[in-house]
Design a protein around this ligand. Structure first.
Ligand SMILES: Cc1ncc(COP(=O)(O)O)c(C=O)c1O
Length: 414
């Protein structure tokens, strides 16, 4: 019989944890266990002061001069380069801009431009809806007979055939946490002459990513999840150097122009990845994002991944040990190398159980139709928190606390 896991075991792991110093650099209420950093990352303690400086000292005092004297005009490239280091991009291949949805539109259009003679976009039927909606909208707008070929995750490879223009996938699935082999799928796309577009929203800062090593083409991702950039933080995009000069951006805005301040009447794309910038950057949002990214860059990605795997393994083992194997159905892959930094469980009362958990300070989220989703953010989540979260879940079930009418009411945001 295997030895049972105790709270003391997890507290000992906290004492040994090489990342333990990071938690204090986040603002987190003591009575909260935050398992939703995969949806909205926690706030770095440095963020309010950084924002105050930019608002009061730069905007307030230096006004429009700040674009030059405080480097506002280069902020998207500067933060883009920092994010590039987290995903194995080379210099000049990443930039921060717009939202993930808008970047998906830009990058999918870019991929289709690189394969003008082809008409098929492959994606996964359970991809995040915005990815699919954006593809539908672009295909309809182009009106050139493109089709969207949607496959189940296990069938995606077989769906990549010689007629495919772009393969558009989310590396770590938002709902199940299932993770593709980025290099293998990229190779498969290339072997069939297709362009590969990755959505890294649930990957960057959560799992090691090596876009250069995989010879990737295009990628996008989100700034407000594991990068802790704040609600609605700007997103980022990646275009491999070899493609940049061949793409005429579909959103040809003035700040993607080769010479924006020449105010020429017609568009000439900027030389590098800057051509995918559209309009004036949101400096406050970028400032908060940079603070989150800087903090993430201080940590070793290998240490983050090792702790994330340990935490998810412990959580799942504790669910079995404390609650029993049959109560929740693990929807995430069992093997840690097949999943990102989250665990999802199906339960017929998933919604009220999650509401009751949140009411007791254990914050995860719910994804329709019946999924409880727990995100693990090793920068600020302690091992002892994993214990407490499962203990709370156990108590809620034992007391049937979830069955109170107030937990059955649906909220707008789940
Ligand atoms: C995979 C994926 N792509 C995109 C988004 C969101 O895009 P946006 O920031 O444009 O709302 C999410 C949000 O959760 C996501 O999970």
């Amino acid at each position: 019989m295997t030895k049972s896991i105790t709270r003391g075991d997890l507290e000992a792991m906290d004492r040994e944890d090489p990342l333990r110093g990071f938690r204090d650099r986040f603002e987190l209420p003591e009575d909260v266990i935050y398992l939703d950093g995969n949806s909205l990352g926690a706030m770095p303690r440095a963020t309010p002061e950084r924002l105050r400086e930019v608002v009061q000292d730069q905007w307030g005092r230096d006004l429009i001069r700040s674009w030059n004297v405080h480097g506002w005009i280069d902020l998207q490239q500067r933060i883009g380069a920092k994010i590039g280091r987290l995903i194995g991009a080379r210099e000049g291949e990443t930039v921060v801009a717009d939202s993930t949805s808008v970047n998906l539109f830009k990058m999918l259009a870019a991929g289709l431009e690189l394969r003008l003679e082809r008409r098929v976009v492959v994606s996964e039927s359970s991809n995040f809806p915005t990815d699919l909606y954006i593809a539908e909208g672009l295909v309809r707008h182009l009106g050139r007979g493109h089709t969207l070929r949607l496959a189940d995750p296990e069938e995606v490879e077989a769906a990549i055939t010689d007629d495919v223009a772009v393969v558009m996938l989310t590396h770590v699935n938002y709902r199940t946490g299932r993770m593709y082999d980025l290099r293998r799928i990229t190779e498969r796309a290339h072997a069939h002459g297709a362009v590969m577009l990755w959505d890294l929203s649930h990957s960057t800062g959560a799992v090691p990513v090596d876009l250069s090593g995989a010879n990737a083409d295009l990628a996008v991702g989100c700034g407000y999840k594991y990068l802790n950039g704040g609600p609605g933080a700007p997103a980022y995009l990646y275009v491999a150097q070899r493609h940049q000069a061949r793409i005429s951006p579909v959103l040809s805005g003035w700040l993607g122009h080769e010479s924006p301040f020449a105010f020429e009447p017609s568009y000439r794309p900027a030389h590098g990845v800057e051509r995918f910038i559209v309009g004036a950057p949101p400096i406050l949002g970028l400032t908060a994002l940079e603070t989150g990214v800087d903090l993430m860059l201080e940590a070793s990605m290998d240490a983050l991944r090792a702790k994330s795997v340990q935490q998810t393994e412990l959580f799942d083992a504790l669910v079995t040990q404390e609650i029993g194997a049959g109560t929740f159905a693990l929807i995430s892959p069992r093997a840690p190398e097949m999943r990102g930094s989250q665990l999802c469980y199906g339960h017929e009362h998933g919604w009220p159980i999650m509401r009751a958990l949140i009411d007791r300070g254990v914050i995860g989220d719910f994804r329709a139709p019946d999924i409880l989703r727990f995100g693990f953010t090793p920068l600020y989540l302690r091992y002892a928190d994993v214990w407490s979260a499962v203990a709370t879940l156990k108590a809620i079930l034992a007391e049937r606390a979830w069955d109170h009418p107030k937990f059955h009411e649906r909220a707008l945001v789940t």
